[in-house]
Design a protein around this ligand. Structure first.
Ligand code: 13P
Ligand code: SF4
Length: 403
């Protein structure tokens, strides 16, 4: 038997804070940092004066800095950012679009990334050495990325190698992982993917090997595998807290897809019960969800796809159509604002933003912009040379596959 528990399950602090801003009435209006800290969250410390600035004062400050700094600064904003931040972004997008833009954007010395840590790392990997990528709040991580810790992945790779010909296993990591994990993939003939190109990258991997080790989101991995015709019986879940992932050698050998036991705390909140309720209350409603949702939810929905796919599908839909959406609330609210001719609402009636994306409060954005004005690179994200080389290999493979 290979099911001995060897280490304790550690729940990332990012996961523990997930419900800090959940609320029934749906008001996500930005307050002063001091007021938001009252929820008990543990965010990066900032100089005192930023704590009490009112949102309108922060706006004025950001606009002033942007005007002074001109093209030397570009602000990138992921679609899950709050409105009070996204309105200052020069370019918005999902993680694929933003990484592509970072790889092509050479006009600005300063790239302020309003998103989460792994996205800023990817931007650093893809930009020139004289460009500086800044993450306004260093606590803006991602609980899913935290679920694939370097030593656990290295150990899994070693354990797999004692059962299989490891050269026939292709590691594929979701963009939502650290640069070190991307580098492990790059070194071992693997690739990075995003939710927009997961099928293409899985096809790429299966041309080069017999099996995929997919990190860190088991749900995106399962949904992608099923979309490609891989059967559920050919998939196993690797539990990093158990020896050999909690699997028998036979299970490992007969699998095609080895799914890391990670998940997104935002997208796994959606349930088939919510879909049934929506269909009962709103006849003819279209259900659209992100593939980080569990497979029963994806199967019960009418459409599923990446953030850009969701935006495009709803934007191009018939006026008067009704949509319930299984993805992050800031994006859903913005879609509703931008499409007043359609009915658009979140599948979950409890409003729950991604807690880590939410850590980019506009006061942090102002802090780093004022830093640039003073010649300071506050919160510069710098991937080590060693990890940069092979993570770039894995990201470039993805960009080539998607072209
Ligand atoms: P995409 O931006 O690739 O759709 O991913 C969603 C997500 O969860 C980002 O953290
Ligand atoms: Fe991570 Fe999920 Fe938040 Fe994306 S939405 S940053 S995957 S926790």
């Amino acid at each position: 038997m290979t099911t001995l528990i060897k280490k304790q399950t550690v729940i990332p602090v990012t996961e523990l804070e997930q419900s800090a801003f959940c609320q029934a009435e749906g008001n996500l209006r930005t307050k002063t940092l001091k007021e938001e800290f009252l929820t008990g969250v543990r965010w990066q410390k900032v100089p005192k004066r930023y704590l009490t600035l009112e949102p309108s004062e922060i706006d004025e400050g950001i606009l002033y800095c942007k005007k002074q700094l001109g093209e030397s600064v570009v602000i990138l904003g992921h679609h899950y950012q709050r409105d009070e931040v996204i309105k200052h972004a020069d370019i918005t997008g999902d993680s694929f679009k933003l990484s592509k833009i970072a790889s092509e954007y050479d006009r600005s010395k300063w790239i302020v990334f309003c998103g989460v840590h792994f996205m800023a790392e990817t931007a650093d990997i893809l930009t020139a050495s004289d460009q500086n990528v800044l993450l306004p709040n260093m606590a803006a991580g991602c609980s899913m990325a935290d679920m694939a810790q370097t030593e656990d992945v290295e150990e899994a790779w070693f354990e797999l190698g004692s059962v299989l010909d490891i050269t026939r296993v292709i590691p594929v990591t979701y963009m939502n992982s650290t640069a070190v994990i991307k580098s492990i993939c790059g070194k071992n003939n693997g690739i990075v993917c995003t939710s927009s190109n997961a099928v293409n990258t899985f096809e790429w991997a299966l041309k080069r090997g017999d099996k995929i080790l997919f990190l860190p989101d088991q749900h995106l991995g399962r949904n992608t595998g099923l979309k490609m015709g891989i059967k559920e019986e050919q998939m196993v879940v690797w539990n990093p807290f158990k020896r050999n992932g909690g699997l028998t050698e036979n299970q490992i050998r007969s699998s095609k897809l080895i799914l890391w036991q990670g998940h997104c705390s935002v997208h796994t909140r959606f349930t088939t019960g919510q879909i049934q309720d929506a269909r009962t209350k709103d006849k003819g409603v279209n259900v659209i969800v992100h593939p980080e949702c569990t497979n029963d939810v994806v199967a019960a929905a009418d459409y599923n796809g990446s953030t850009e796919f969701i935006i495009e599908t709803i934007t191009n839909s018939e006026p008067g159509s009704s949509w319930t959406v299984g993805t992050e609330i800031n994006l859903v609210n913005r879609l509703a604002q931008d499409n007043p001719d359609k009915k658009i609402y979140c599948l979950d009636s409890v409003v729950c933003p991604c807690a880590t994306m939410y850590r980019i409060h506009p006061a942090y954005l102002l802090w780093v912009l004022e830093g640039i004005m003073a010649g300071l690179a506050i919160n510069r994200i710098r991937v080590s040379d060693q990890d940069r080389k092979f993570s770039r290999v894995a990201v470039d493979r993805m960009l080539n596959v998607s072209d």
